[in-house]
Design a protein around this ligand. Structure first.
Ligand SMILES: [Zn+2]
Length: 141
């Protein structure tokens, strides 16, 4: 479905209308089937405004964009939480994680840092809980 903003040239009323496709609009226009809601004139044109496409893929894109925006906000909050509550160990993450895991003393703070995917896999195989979290670059330590 395509939504067009139409303008009546006779009375300058503008209104939105839905069409199955841009071809359908052209067809209806040619046959003078497009009438102004207000004065009944068939002198109706579509404005240059970009049509709003309402097919599934554009819905998905819209949702994706919307989601990624809110995800970014979540990541920022998450990063702040981690920075406040976890110790930054940089590239020693895998090493530090093992030290914590294999030492008996309880650490009061969790750690965060950088690790490769392979390192994370290894840690998981050893039963060490580690999560990969997205990290936005502008906030990087
Ligand atoms: Zn009109």
């Amino acid at each position: 479905m395509i939504k067009y903003k139409l303008i009546c040239k006779s009375c300058e009323l503008s209104f939105d209308s839905w069409f199955a496709s841009s071809q359908e609009f052209d067809k209806l226009k040619k046959r003078n089937f497009l009438n102004c809601h207000n004065c009944g004139s068939s002198n109706v044109i579509k404005t240059l405004m970009a049509p709003k496409l309402m097919n599934k893929s554009s819905d998905r894109n819209y949702l994706k964009n919307w989601k990624s925006n809110s995800v970014k906000e979540k990541i920022k909050e998450y990063q702040k939480f981690i920075k406040d509550n976890f110790k930054f160990v940089g590239e020693n993450f895998a090493k530090e994680a093992r030290i914590i895991h294999y030492s008996d003393k309880k650490k009061e703070k969790g750690i965060y840092g950088t690790a490769s995917k392979d390192e994370i896999m290894e840690l998981k195989e050893e039963g060490i809980s580690a999560e990969i979290i997205p990290w936005t670059k502008d906030n990087r330590n």
